[in-house]
Ligand binder design. Sequence first.
Ligand code: ATP
Ligand code: MG
Length: 579
Amino acid sequence: MRFSQSFIPTVREVPADATIASHILMIRAALIRQLVAGVYSYLPMGYKSLRKVEQIVREEMDKAGGIELHMPVLVPVDLFRKTNRVEAFGNILFKFKDQHNAELSLGPTHEEIITSLVADHINSYKQLPINLYQIQTKFRDEERPKSGVLRTREFVMKDAYSFHTSLEDLDKTYQKMYQAYHRIFKRCGVPVVAVEAESGPIGGSASHEFMVLTDIGEDQVVSCDHCDYAANVERATRKVADGTAGRLESEVVLKEVHTPHKSTIEDVSEFLKCKPPQVIKTLVYRTSDEQVVVALVRGDHEVNEAKLRRMGGVSSLELADDGTITKLTGAAVGFAGPIGIKPDKMFIDFDVPAITDGVTGANKTDHHFVGVVPGRDFTIEPEMLGDIRNVVEGDPCPHCGAKLKFQRAIEVGHVFKLGTKYSSALHAQYLDAGGKNQDMIMGCYGIGVNRILAAAIETHHDENGIIWPISIAPYQVTVIGLGRTPEDEVSKTAERLAAELESAGIDVLFDDRDQRPGVKFKDADLLGVPIRVTVGQKTLAEGKVELKLRRDGEMQLIDVDGAVETIKTLVGKLMAELE
Ligand code: ATP
Ligand code: MG
């Protein structure tokens, strides 16, 4: 491709909201342009890379037994009603009416569509297992689209769905997908770690996220210093001491104190001159079946709602409204505490009973209790105790007890054992060998194609621009001619070399622009093409051209005769490093 005939509008300036490397460089190197918030055009350089990522994903999915199909973007909302997902999606679902007043949405994910398709056409155990996938644009009306293409409202996802007759069979495909994902990210040159993620109905290690560790990531990965335990913070657990229970006796005296307008943990601890770990944070939740659930954690800890849901055996729960709180406590919001209230259920984090001289809301507006002793001043039954908080740095690893540490990360992929949630709701059943109807057991596997691009740039760049892994670089080689006129020997040699490389099957960007060498070199660095070949008068006089690797700046002179072979070998070597 000739630079002068392509569409590569590189720029120096970027919008103020571009603060992370991948966002800045994708704009500067002319990969993307924003249309409206969270919606991007892919310019030729960006689109070429995107297609290469897609192709790697496709090849590895095919190798792992996936079968590609393509489902519609327009999805009737009723299909999501059947699985109660309209509410679960909330505002992210793009919904509208067609001219016949039917409610449609733009598909945010395709479990329901594939399941109803399979339900219509597969009915015997003999047709299972099957693993179907597509590479398609998804739509999610994200509340805060940000970080360039890392979180957008329109993005390309590879989504695969597998159907099985047993959990053991699902395990096999899950393992295959897990391995395929590792190969995909390796081939794209993106370093990932697989971590345990929120797992839903099947429990256990039924879900893994593939994470790229980087400070700009939105996710938090918790990992152990000592063993290989790693989990998303939403999922991470900790080792807890056995037999944690509240004290029944203590010298400390329970006392009600006046705390006017002090309703937050910070305000209360400052006012009462105590530390947040001494405060018993009391949160009131409501479940979908109208139960009132109270959760107690230490003042410096955060309740983990997924853990709370699991402990309470409920599928959905949210923070209670002011009315519910006031009805429970008889006080304004901000003064709830465990002493004397009667919720439907109370759950207490393992660390709460260890508090010896606690502070908590007095269930009376503008009042708190001090000298609180858990177990003495409010009852703690063993079944109320559990791990209901997010882990924090330094907590003991659940496997080996060593210290847990935190790192930020970008989620680029997610594999998930779904069980029968969708098949039972949408009647995807098969006849087993005994002629009995059974719900199919499902798995699903997603990859964010655009996020891979951004994550690759986050992990491969320097102050001058992108340093593409060669497998997903828009061009593998850029040829720069430093001739004075388009007709001189130098320009002709550069042109011939570019053409021959292209014929040899290499992706070449030939910088034929009438520009100063400095401008061409700067753009080559910005665009991040892995191999740069420069044809200049001085070296050409000695029968040589210059070869430079973007990643380490290493330069060498190679013979112009046989240059195509030399470069082809180098491309092969760089590609092989990513296999
Ligand atoms: P997140 O927690 O980041 O919102 P998610 O867990 O909702 O993502 P999944 O439903 O698991 O995402 O989707 C599969 C993959 O699609 C994710 O691993 C991610 O790589 C990609 N993805 C999800 N949402 C977006 C988005 N808004 N923009 C770009 N890629 C996305
Ligand atoms: Mg996910």
